[in-house]
Ligand binder design. Structure first.
Ligand code: FES
Length: 92
């Protein structure tokens, strides 16, 4: 996945180094999460209308920075260490 595939202040799901990820590109920072809901591990989707990560399985919602705002999930998203080199995102 490349950073220029993601609009600023928006999220995208995909693969990095063969691993499913959810990436939020903020104005000042990029957040790379494991794309699995902390509740029962469904993949997340980006909700542009509400500027949030949604879990389609049981309705958990997370901020762009991965903080849980609505359950049943009780934990934040798991952030992964990543780097961006020439626009390409890779995991450390
Ligand atoms: S697996 Fe995400 S809310 Fe249940």
């Amino acid at each position: 996945m490349r950073i220029d595939e993601i609009e600023e202040n928006s999220g995208l799901t995909g693969d990095v180094d063969g691993r499913p990820v959810a990436v939020f590109r903020g104005a000042d920072a990029t957040y790379v999460f494991e794309n699995t809901c902390p509740h029962l591990h469904c993949p997340l989707s980006w909700n542009a209308d509400e500027n949030a990560w949604d879990c389609p399985c049981h309705g958990s919602q997370f901020t762009p920075e991965g903080k849980v705002v609505r359950g049943p999930a009780r934990q934040d998203l798991r952030r992964l260490e990543a780097s961006i080199d020439n626009g390409a995102i890779s995991l450390r």
